[in-house]
Design a protein around this ligand. Structure first.
Ligand SMILES: [Zn+2]
Length: 439
């Protein structure tokens, strides 16, 4: 790479396209391509500018990359900043797409492809900025720990969670982190854009409901029918109106939205406030309360045989501080004849929207977009942050993107025709570059 002038955003679009072209579809427990090729690509891009990295594999092909970037000029007395992105993507059905999902095509000013917003965009920003700085000898303020993980889309078991369990030394000395899902803009009006910085995420409780009853002939009376008991429990859970539990991040977000749209915030009418947000309400609406959705049902094998057991799956999510209430409510709703077992339980994560790092986000956004206002928000899903949080790292979703007002950005996540504007990528790289100088 020969560089005449320092341009941290120069390579971001091409790196993003190249990364999309490496298919890293994550099919969960089924076999997929894995992340090895993508990890080697990242390692080569870093190696080319003199940054050594290490590959870690939880199993063959499920590869994460860790690099310690501590060039001359960093302040060695400040703890490293963890900058992380996952390499895997959810699968894409090519028939549904307007362009082949792993082509990295540019069309209508956007890079199209699986991973364009989740999250090869941010990986590309990080690599573009770090490479430009390394070549030009422009040090970040503090040491940077770069971590690109496997398996985020299947719960991070073979990526971030595995790293924390087996190689905690790769991350343990970091105190703060930036990664997905946040930093994108929400246009309020021409001279005001909210940039949503993720400061919290809900916890997860995947449950199996189990009803045991008395098996028997379907033609006879049966007061102990497992299907009937289970169906009642599922219906009660599915139709339960969980009370609003407004967390600190959610309150701050709603206040910022009320202020931006110049509407009165009435906590009892918070749903009203949300409707002003358009498509983003789908994501943010779920963060007003705990949720529990029935997702699978199973019982029986023949029309005239009452089975002895019936089961159902529940996807439960609880707000920070809401875990105890979640499980107590589930116990009440299922009644005496149904029990539950926990298939997967992951804690919620929450940090404060304050301090030097947050001020750096705000000032760097403002430097590139004079209409920017950073606001915290609580995300309904989970990310690798759940793993880093176990080591006490403060995690922020901050992958800056200045987006056009009419783009259904939330719909892009795991969606058909996932795409990101090229100028948003370049914007993000410039903000990130400023951020590394001061963070
Ligand atoms: Zn993601």
């Amino acid at each position: 790479m020969t560089e005449a002038t320092y341009a941290p955003d120069r390579e971001v679009v091409e790196i993003c396209r190249d990364m999309i072209r490496i298919d890293t579809s994550n099919y969960g427990p089924e076999r997929g391509p894995g992340e090895r090729a993508a990890a080697e690509h990242v390692a080569a891009l870093l190696d080319e500018v003199g940054i050594a990295s290490e590959l870690f594999e939880s199993e063959p092909g499920r590869t994460s990359v860790v690099a310690r970037w501590e060039p001359a000029g960093v302040d060695p007395d400040v703890a490293p900043l963890l900058v992380h992105g996952h390499l895997d993507v959810v699968p894409a059905n090519a028939d549904d797409w307007a362009v082949p999902p792993f082509s990295g095509e540019i069309k209508d000013g956007c890079v199209w492809g699986r991973g364009a917003v989740d999250m090869k965009d941010f990986n590309a920003m990080v690599l573009s900025v770090v490479r430009a700085r390394a070549v030009a000898g422009v040090a970040p303020r503090r040491p940077i720990r770069l971590v690109f993980t496997a398996d985020e889309e299947a719960g991070s078991t073979k990526g971030a969670q595995w790293l924390v369990d087996h190689h905690p030394e790769t991350v343990r000395d970091c105190t703060e982190a930036i990664g997905e899902v946040g930093g994108f803009s929400l246009t309020v009006k021409d001279d005001l854009r909210l940039y949503l910085v993720q400061t919290a995420e809900k916890g997860l409780a995947w449950l199996n409901l189990i009803a045991d009853g008395t098996a028997g002939h379907g033609s006879m009376r049966n007061a102990d029918n497992a299907v009937t008991e289970l169906a009642g429990a599922v219906a009660r859970i599915g139709s339960y109106a969980w009370p609003h539990r407004i967390t600190e991040a959610q309150r701050a977000f709603l206040e910022a939205v009320s202020d931006a749209f110049e509407i009165e915030l009435d906590p009892d009418e918070a749903e009203q406030t949300l409707t002003r947000l358009g498509s983003i309400a789908r994501m943010v609406g779920a963060t007003m309360s705990n949720t529990a959705n029935p997702t699978m049902l199973s019982a029986g094998y023949k029309h005239n045989v009452i089975p002895g057991r019936a089961t159902a799956a529940i996807d439960g999510r609880f707000v920070p501080g809401g875990e105890e209430e979640f499980f107590a409510t589930i116990s009440q709703l299922i009644g005496d004849k149904v029990r539950y077992e926990v298939v997967s339980r992951q804690p919620s994560v929450e940090t404060q929207f304050s301090g030097a790092l947050v001020e750096a986000m705000q000032s760097c956004l403002l430097a590139e977009d004079p209409s920017a206002r950073a606001v915290p928000y609580l995300m309904s899903g989970g990310t690798d942050a759940k793993a880093w949080d176990r080591l006490g790292v403060r995690c922020f979703g901050f992958a800056p993107l200045r987006l056009p007002a009419d783009l259904d950005f939330v719909g892009m996540f795991h969606g058909v025709d996932e795409r990101v504007p090229t100028d948003a990528l370049e914007f993000g790289a410039r903000v990130l570059d400023r951020f590394l100088a001061v963070a």
